[in-house]
Design a protein around this ligand. Structure first.
Ligand code: G4P
Length: 193
């Protein structure tokens, strides 16, 4: 997506060897106009797939996921990373290991929000090693629902996430794909949309 790639080049900052900081429009401050355009592009890619729910994980997946849900006119559900005292029964959980943070966390969704009739599009801000998406797929399958695809805002295609998901038969749609960081600059691969 040209608009997103241009924005990454303009406002993204490469930190260290392989981290892209995009806190001015995606992961902290949110540019809702950009989110809305991204929502339309994801919705167009999945318009014939009969999506009934959009699922993401807190925190930074929520902003793009809301706009995908709006464009598809379906509910958005976000997996929680912390136990909530109001979540008392029928909780579906998965363990997610973060290579970046080197911690395992338990993520959860209340089972009442997913059913065997659901066709789900997962949306997330970054795809690196694919562990977050893998955990969400696990939860969605526990509910008997179908994972139709994974929509990613920024994929780091030099990491293993895409192959992990495609091996499970899941379609991956990334709006920007980073091939590498070279001298502090972003080098893109061909995106999916
Ligand atoms: P994985 O889910 O693909 O396996 O990712 P990984 O463990 O490597 O990443 C852990 C967290 O770091 C995720 O967010 C992920 O979105 C984020 N992340 C990975 N690479 C980058 C990057 O280059 N830039 C930025 N800004 N974030 C990156 P999280 O911990 O779940 O965070 P949040 O959504 O609560 O902020």
């Amino acid at each position: 997506m040209q608009l997103l790639e241009d924005r990454i080049l303009k406002d993204g900052n490469v930190l260290g060897e392989n981290i892209l900081k995009v806190d001015s429009f995606l992961t902290h401050q949110v540019d809702y106009k950009l989110m809305k355009e991204m929502g339309k592009v994801f919705a167009d890619a999945y318009k014939d797939s009969g999506i009934t729910k959009v699922v993401t994980i807190e925190a930074s997946g929520i902003a793009p996921a809301v706009y995908v849900a709006e464009a598809l006119d379906v509910p958005m559900i976000f997996a929680k990373k912390h136990k909530n005292i109001t979540m008392t029964e029928g909780i579906l959980t998965a363990e997610v290991y973060s290579f970046t943070k080197q911690v395992t966390s338990t993520v959860s969704i209340a089972g009442k929000f997913l059913s065997a009739d659901d066709k789900v599009l997962i949306v997330d801000d970054f795809l690196a090693n694919g562990q977050a998406a893998k955990g969400l797929i696990d939860i969605i399958q526990q509910a008997g629902a179908e994972v139709v695809g994974v929509g990613i805002v920024i994929e780091k295609s030099f990491q293993d996430g895409r192959s992990l998901l495609e091996e499970q038969g899941v379609r991956v749609t990334s709006l920007a794909r980073i091939a590498k960081f070279e001298n502090g600059q972003v080098v893109f691969d061909q995106a999916d949309a």
